[in-house]
Design a protein around this ligand. Structure first.
Ligand code: NAD
Length: 522
């Protein structure tokens, strides 16, 4: 966390475009975090008991309230995180409204008990079912780049499943988290069932060490590893949604105009500060020059300004520390021979956190810009010659969050997608997968463990209990004690009956096994 926003014991929320202080909020101490976990623990059983129908109706109320306050919430996001108002609406508010829609429509079907039919003859006289139970108290630690949609989508899934939630938002965006809390409370979520603990890394670490039952973390790989190590100490289950270095593969038959617009949107949306940003782009050599030229022209036309201004395409970065990372990556790439086609500088006239949308050509995998997460408004483009090469380049990364493939040949796109190591591959689109509420969101390799969103994301919010009921309570099981030679032969027969190759062997097995029911058991 940057020093200039930290006052001891306080979190200062600052507008990244103007430097205006939006609020100063007390930081939760370790004992306050522990007390909040305790309150959540006490409140959770009653929340589970109100039943799924009631929780779904609270979600519906939340959706109505959020829809009613959509512009106000979008403005709060823009003020605190910098993104243009339109983006705050499209990539945050709308994602949450739709996540609520998904849960309202599907939570009932996805959370209800599920029969587990038995195939093994030995267990036919039992009825099994899967019961989904809330974990209890779920901790959510979230980043600043999507300060509303990330914690809200995770929170809604956790709450509808009957959990209490403790949210530790990024220290850079506490105000938006408090807006989420006010919407949830106004919709009928009890105060101790959803709590926000404000603070920086130490508050997050305190939450990780606390008695929570599961942790859903979204943030950088470095923090994710620290959390995984702390969680391992007490086998705390975790979902880790971490960083990415998403490749965009522009094949020789792609539409240059469409793909270049996509590359520019994918690289510069939220000033490049999206986990699913186009962080590296590979264009087939046959269209490399026109593609690069189109990207540069379009990037040059982007209007950079305060996100609150009506025509802004790209807002500020979140803080100067993030600007310095971008600057270092661009300078290093330049010193190794990358061509800067547009941008490549800060925009001090707009403010300390503004960096010009930058298109780099002739980059290589030796450069940090193609290997490390830049998380800023930079689109580095590299040429490739054939499919084999581009698949190798795309997979040459420690990350594996998402990727996109651009081609007019859908079948080929799908085939190549099968060779890409990523949690999501989109053919002919980027980033929008995050807004598809039915789709799981999660990464491979250093990009994380587990997932959020969709049925699998909801599944992370419940413990699976297998419930088995025996239908013959008055009968001792044939496999209980009282073994002997005849029992051994009966069991051989039973295995032949079930797994023997020919009909003859199976019938003989069944006959040998038959005596087992009359066997004396202890
Ligand atoms: P970060 O790791 O610095 O911080 C994330 C959160 O962790 C913050 O709330 C922070 O206070 C907290 N934290 C810091 N140290 C902690 C500790 N020791 N224990 C517990 N909590 C701690 O990340 P950031 O800069 O806020 O976010 C940007 C990163 O998040 C990027 O790498 C981006 O790719 C990633 N991200 C991933 C996804 C995804 O879904 N995979 C989505 C958005 C962002």
């Amino acid at each position: 966390m940057p020093m200039d926003t930290q006052v001891p014991g306080k979190i200062r929320s600052v507008n990244p475009a103007s430097g205006e202080v939006l609020g100063e909020i007390d930081c939760a101490s370790e004992s306050e975090v522990l007390a909040a976990v305790q309150r959540g623990r006490m409140a959770q059983p009653q929340w589970a008991e109100v039943g799924l129908r009631r929780r779904i109706s609270i979600l519906r109320e939340f959706q109505t309230k959020l829809h009613g306050r959509k512009s106000e919430i979008a403005a709060a996001i823009t003020r605190e995180a910098g993104k243009p108002l339109a983006e705050a609406l499209v990539t945050e508010v709308s994602v949450v409204l739709d996540a609520a829609r998904f849960l309202i429509e599907h939570a009932w079907g996805l959370l209800r008990d599920q029969p587990v039919p038995h195939g093994n003859l030995a267990t036919k006289l039992k009825r099994g079912r899967l019961v989904r139970e809330p974990h209890g108290v779920i901790g959510i630690i979230s980043p600043w780049n999507y300060p509303f949609s990330i914690p809200a989508t995770e929170t809604l899934a956790a709450l509808v499943a009957g959990n209490a939630v403790l949210l530790k938002p990024s220290e850079l965006t506490p105000v938006v988290a408090l807006e989420l809390a006010s919407l949830l409370y106004a919709s009928g979520v009890p105060k101790n069932v959803f709590q926000v603990v404000i603070g920086g890394g130490p508050t997050g670490a305190a939450l990780t060490r606390s008695a929570i039952d599961k942790l859903v973390f979204t943030g950088s790989v470095g923090t994710g590893k620290r959390i995984a190590a702390a969680a391992a100490e007490r086998l705390l289950p975790v979902v880790l949604e971490l960083g990415g270095k998403d490749p965009m593969l522009v094949l020789e038959d792609a539409d240059v105009d469409v793909a270049s617009s996509a590359a520019v949107w994918g690289a510069f949306v939220n000033a490049g500060q999206a986990c699913l940003s186009v962080e590296r782009c590979y264009a087939h050599r046959s269209l490399y020059e026109p593609f690069v030229k189109a990207c540069a022209e379009k990037a040059d036309r982007l209007r950079v300004n305060d996100g609150m201004a009506a025509n802004t395409d790209v807002g500020p970065m979140i803080d100067e520390r993030q600007v310095r990372i971008v600057e270092a990556h661009v300078e290093e790439a330049k010193s190794h021979g990358a061509r800067v086609l547009v941008g490549g500088t800060r925009l001090p006239a707009l403010g300390v956190n503004f960096y010009a949308p930058t298109v780099l050509a002739d980059v290589t995998h030796e450069m940090r810009i193609m290997r490390e997460e830049t998380f800023g408004p930079v689109l580095p483009i590299m040429a490739f010659d054939d499919e084999q090469e581009v698949v190798r380049l795309a997979n040459d990364s420690v990350y594996g969050l998402a990727a996109s493939i651009w081609t007019r040949d859908r079948k080929r796109g799908e085939r190549i997608a099968g060779r890409i190591q990523a949690g999501t591959v989109m053919v002919n689109d980027v980033i929008s997968c995050f807004g598809i509420s039915e789709a799981p969101h999660g990464g491979l390799k250093a990009s994380g463990i587990g997932c959020t969103h969709g049925p699998f994301g909801l599944d992370e919010m419940v413990r699976k209990k297998y419930l088995d009921v025996d239908l013959t309570p008055g009968i001792k099981k044939v496999w209980w004690h009282g073994y002997g030679e005849s029992f051994r032969r009966q069991m051989e027969g039973f295995l032949d009956w079930q797994f023997g190759r020919g009909l003859g062997e199976r019938v003989r097995g069944a006959l040998r096994a038959a005596g087992v029911v009359r066997r004396k058991r202890l």
